[in-house]
Design a protein around this ligand. Structure first.
Ligand SMILES: Cc1cc2nc3c(=O)[nH]c(=O)nc-3n(C[C@H](O)[C@H](O)[C@H](O)COP(=O)(O)O)c2cc1C
Length: 337
């Protein structure tokens, strides 16, 4: 009965994604590769490959390798700023990828048409209601609403507020998936009842048994509590920093020192604005890879959301999804009673 209730609340999402549970594992650069993505899809969820800065050749190989590990649908996350975005879209089309998730701002001219030309469904992030409406008018098929509790690059508004602003207006038009700060099934049930078609989690899956993340990276997650997952801070208005939520470590402190150093160089006229901004951007280049792959938990970037406190041990993806579904179903049952 309650399972039927949960299934019916998720029906739009599962139909849209073509899977059994409307739980997406959001793309995580370096983490969301063939193993985690196929494990999520094989367990009835929806895995998404993180393309990040991959070349078209690497993405081609990753999609092929993922297909070899699962016959279930999965998506590919592309970043709008990638210089070869249209070549990456062509790679997805060649592989008949069913869903493309575009991250990193509004889709550039021609990209929506290019993605949909081959029949793929397009999912975009809506950081505000006005942008959600604009994206749907432009032909986007589904939205992800992601709050600042999430791991990785974040906006300024909380998931709970975005959900209240966007779900009542948009949920009837397109499937909307809620992301950011979700660690248990009770929260999933709540967002479904508010009109979400499903949810997207990242942090909760990052340390699954099937994740290739370094043991030291996983250990840092298991030890951390919500308050350890903090957003990076911009200290000089001339040097823009997109906030990134990650676990407090020496790398984050060094980043603040680096901004101060570059701001001083700028004041002294020792570097121009372009060079200064490049130095800031380059600081984090490779930092996530160093943490995820090499296990450098001090100098690397431990991107994690506030739900990290609910990640306490290494578990198979199937167990995590099953636990979330039981919690969601039980919450719905309690409400019905
Ligand atoms: C380690 C890590 C890396 C991430 N990398 C990306 C990325 O490359 N592209 C993207 O769109 N989102 C990225 N995200 C965000 C996730 O896809 C997802 O939306 C987010 O983790 C959901 O919030 P949660 O962390 O509270 O579960 C990343 C998140 C984490 C934790």
């Amino acid at each position: 009965m309650t399972t039927a209730k949960l299934a019916s609340l998720m029906a739009r999402g599962t139909e849209f994604l073509g899977c059994e549970t409307a739980i997406l594992c959001g793309a995580m650069s370096w983490v969301s590769e063939r193993h985690l993505v196929s494990a999520i899809s094989n367990a009835g969820g929806f895995g998404v490959i993180a393309c990040g800065a991959m070349t078209p050749e690497l993405l081609d190989a990753e999609i092929a390798a993922t297909k070899a590990l699962t016959a279930k649908p999965f998506g590919v996350n592309l970043i709008t700023m990638h210089p070869q975005l249209f070549d990456l879209i062509a790679v997805c089309a060649r592989h008949d990828v069913s869903h493309v998730v575009l991250a990193g701002g509004l889709p550039p001219k021609g990209s929506i048409e290019a993605i949909k030309a081959n029949g793929a469904k397009l999912i975009c992030f809506a950081p505000a209601l006005a942008l959600a409406k604009k994206l749907v008018r432009s032909g986007v098929d589904a939205l992800v609403v992601e709050g600042m509790e999430a791991g990785g690059h974040i906006g300024p508004v909380a998931t709970s507020v975005l959900a209240q602003e966007i779900l009542p207006e948009m949920a009837e038009q397109v499937p909307v998936f809620v992301a950011g700060g979700i660690g248990r099934g009770e929260a999933i049930a709540a967002y479904l009842e508010m009109g979400a078609a499903g949810v997207q989690l990242g942090t909760r899956f990052a340390c699954a048994s099937e994740s290739i993340a370094h043991p030291a990276f996983k250990k840092a997650f298991f030890r951390a509590s919500a308050r350890d997952a903090i957003a990076s801070v911009q200290i000089d208005p001339r040097l823009p920093v997109i906030p990134v939520r990650s676990l407090k470590n020496a790398g984050m402190e060094n980043f603040t020192a680096k901004q101060r150093e570059v701001a001083n160089l700028l004041d002294q006229g020792a570097v121009d604005m372009m060079e200064a901004q490049l130095q800031i951007e380059h600081f984090w280049a490779g930092a996530l890879r160093r943490a995820v792959i090499d296990g450098d938990v001090e100098g690397g970037s431990l991107m994690a959301g506030q739900s990290v406190g609910m990640v306490t041990k290494e578990e198979p993806v199937a167990d995590i999804i099953a636990e979330l579904m039981v919690q969601a179903a039980t919450a719905l049952e309690r409400r019905a009673a």
